[in-house]
Design a protein around this ligand. Structure first.
Ligand code: ZN
Length: 361
């Protein structure tokens, strides 16, 4: 899936090879975001573009896809508001060898994993400093633009301020606040919202995904997350919910064993696991308040509702706070098994303390 000569490996959303996406052909390959697309098409058709666009929003919602289609549109020889798909420029883009298109992303693995190397930024800026070879401009897409260190970001800033020739930077980030303020102030921000459940469900159904509605509800507005869930299956989610349901009856030894298991998981799995628990707690709060809000675990309403007699509203808020803290500790990667054990013991206590006496405290 390499695109253009200078392309580095692009990690898929959530880092799963199974959900690697194809390079999109045109605007119809993007889900949702209709008003953003309308705006970008108008800018492209009018040739009215700043030196840098900053596409921001949560992970897995189509920011990079949108940036790529914009790049195709702007490099197409027809100079319209969409790539024609037939001209030389469109064909070389499709083959991944357009001489005026450059793309970089954080390293997928190794010493500088999750970082954009300073050398990668330097190389791309050198490559982009000449005049366009085939088109009217050069286009540089930097995915995960927040992952540049300060040296790299400052180099980039200098080029944005004093571009040599026609060059457009497409900066993509799911961590807008982590972008240097000096870069933010020189780029035009395009802020992406999340996708609706219906949009995600439709995309999953088109791929023939089983449990499309369940997965769409768990995806939290992110198509990338939905595809990852579809590829990985719901086992981790089912485990997390089963543990929550059984928790009041578990012995300390069982809790040790569960915590141990969580400790052996990968960081991504642990993060997903606590995320599923957090969604369950949010669902419980919705059920508690008889709210009309949709549940995340739509398919598990009964099971969750059965837990309600054991949890007051205050209990739920306590548990949500504890889960939030556990999630932060996972991020800091400090002895996850021990942290999980402490969380589960406290959660069990929380779930049993409002009960008369049937369960061990
Ligand atoms: Zn074309």
């Amino acid at each position: 899936m390499a695109q253009a000569k200078k392309t580095l490996p692009v990690p898929a959303p959530l880092g799963d090879d199974a959900v690697r996406e194809e390079f999109p052909r045109d605007w119809t390959d993007i889900r949702g975001h209709t008003s953003i697309i309308r705006r970008l098409r108008a800018l492209a058709a009018a040739e009215h573009l700043p030196h840098a666009l900053l596409l921001s929003g949560m992970e897995g919602i189509g920011k990079r896809r949108t940036a790529r289609v914009l790049a195709r549109t702007l490099l197409c020889e027809r100079a319209g508001d969409a790539p024609c798909g037939h001209c030389d420029a469109c064909r070389t883009m499709a083959a991944g060898v357009h001489p005026d298109y450059f793309e970089t992303a954080p390293e997928a693995r190794g010493k500088s994993a999750a970082m954009i190397r300073t050398e990668a930024v330097r190389d791309i800026l050198i490559a982009a400093s000449g005049a366009p070879v085939a088109g009217r401009r050069r286009i540089i897409l930097i995915d995960g633009a927040d992952a540049m260190n300060e040296t790299a970001a400052n180099r980039l800033l200098k080029t944005i301020e004093e571009p040599m020739g026609e060059v457009l930077f497409l900066l993509v980030t799911s961590a807008y606040d982590a972008i240097l303020p000096t870069i933010r102030s020189r780029a035009v921000r395009i802020a992406f919202g999340t996708l609706t459940r219906a949009e995600i469900e439709a995309a999953l159904r088109e791929r023939g995904t089983e449990n499309a509605a369940t997965i769409a509800a768990l995806a939290d507005g992110s198509l990338g997350r939905a595809y990852a869930l579809a590829a990985e299956g719901l086992q981790l989610r089912d485990e997390a919910l089963a543990l929550l349901v059984q928790l009041p009856k578990l012995r300390v030894e069982d809790i040790w064993a569960h915590a141990e298991t969580i400790g052996t998981r990968t960081h991504a799995e642990r993060t997903a696991w606590i995320g599923f628990l957090q969604m369950a707690l949010r669902d419980l709060l919705v059920l508690h308040e008889n709210g009309a809000a949709e549940l995340c675990h739509t398919d598990r309403r009964e099971e969750l509702a059965a837990l309600l007699p054991q949890l007051t509203r205050a209990d739920l808020f306590t548990l949500m706070e504890e889960a939030r803290q556990l999630s932060q500790r996972f991020a800091a990667n400090v002895n996850p098994a021990l942290q999980t054990e402490a969380f589960l013991l406290r959660a069990r206590h929380n779930m049993t303390s409002s009960l008369p006496s049937a369960f061990p405290a």
